[in-house]
Write a new protein. Structure first.
Length: 140
């Protein structure tokens, strides 16, 4: 897959998250997709990812993933993202709505196979997110 096509696939993946249009997942995400590390308590793979997208959008209805950098090489695409949203619903089943607008960063690495996303490794600044929501306090 040419690098431009792989990058566009990843842009469409983030558009799926931004719009919540999970019906588009079959065209973008392989049926045997693996998400590293995945979300505890949710099924592995594509189903777990889509459930997490629905949960995140319920907690942050204005959830938006902005792509800051996108780099492709071979079957891999790396993305640096900034995620933002206003918490209007319960997050992770435990954090009640705060009404706070929060922003956190992340890095994703995707493996593309047969024109779809086959794997994703992701890192997010969840400590920063939890601090902004008031769920944790960082010790000095």
């Amino acid at each position: 897959m040419p690098n431009g096509t792989a990058k566009e696939l990843v842009r469409q993946f983030y558009d799926l998250i931004n719009t919540g249009q999970t019906a588009r997942a079959d065209a973008l995400i392989a049926p045997d997709f693996t998400d590293h590390p995945g979300v505890p308590g949710l099924p592995p793979g594509r189903d777990g990812l889509l459930q997490f997208v629905a949960m995140a959008r319920a907690a942050f209805p204005d959830l938006h993933v902005a792509v800051e950098d996108l780099i492709a090489e071979g079957d891999r695409v790396a993305a640096r993202v900034v995620v933002s949203g206003t918490q209007r619903g319960v997050f992770l089943g435990a954090i009640p709505p705060t009404g706070k607008h929060v922003t956190w960063t992340g890095i994703d690495l995707f493996r593309i196979a047969s024109g779809r996303i086959a794997e994703r490794w992701n890192e997010r600044d969840l400590l920063g997110l939890m601090e902004q929501l008031g769920a944790v306090t960082r010790r000095a």
